[in-house]
Design a protein around this ligand. Sequence first.
Ligand code: SAM
Length: 235
Amino acid sequence: MTDTSKYDALFSGVIGQDYELLNLICPLSTQMSQRVGASAGEYAMQANGNLTVVELGGGTGITTLALLTASDSFNILSIDNEPVMQDQAKKHLHKWAQEGKLAFCDDDALTALKNLPTDSVDIVASAYTLHNFLDTYRKEVINEIFRILKPGGQFINGDRYGLDDISEHTRIIQEEVSRYFKVLIHINKLDVLEHWIVHLFSDESENHVMRESVALKQLRETLATDWKSMRWSPL
Ligand SMILES: C[S@@+](CC[C@H](N)C(=O)[O-])C[C@H]1O[C@@H](n2cnc3c(N)ncnc32)[C@H](O)[C@@H]1O
């Protein structure tokens, strides 16, 4: 069994059909969740004791599961303000919640972060969430992330960044759209197809898109005022 198939068996066992469907439509996104978990696990190996992890936009729990399985030392607060998504994570991950390793917060990310004390969190982790934010809201979220991180803490974000090379970016999006049509028409999921295409217009809009160099500059500028670190590893 390859690492990927081992992960797939574990994740589809816990998360179920949502994971399998996402893996069909966008296999890179499930790999990204696993990378976020692996990066957090690497950080944990160099640290002592239990670590506080805040996850932004936990959704149905795919990245949360990647974090939970990356290290036993994590106590995770998973934030998501969409009950339809978070209720699924609560169902999928109740074992870890019962063990006290996982708690949920249903506030929006900015409100939840504002309620957390300064220098109190070891890791802020997220996958495919920040690109959904309006750019002005995202700026405030990033300020709050670096405020709550402890000195030496880490922000790990696996996300949808727009390439600086716009032509290459457009080509990749076109491939992505073709894949949605091929996969979802084949399995007769036209409602899901409609949802993904509609959502893509929001992702690609001027006030959402996180253009790589602009986003990195914003992170570096915030970092410059704070002794904390981030992992940047495009897939
Ligand atoms: C594309 S999903 C990603 C879910 C999960 N991180 C994963 O990797 O599968 C984005 C999630 O972010 C949540 N979200 C979007 N805006 C949010 C906000 N302002 N505050 C908290 N959660 C938000 C959505 O409800 C959704 O569950």
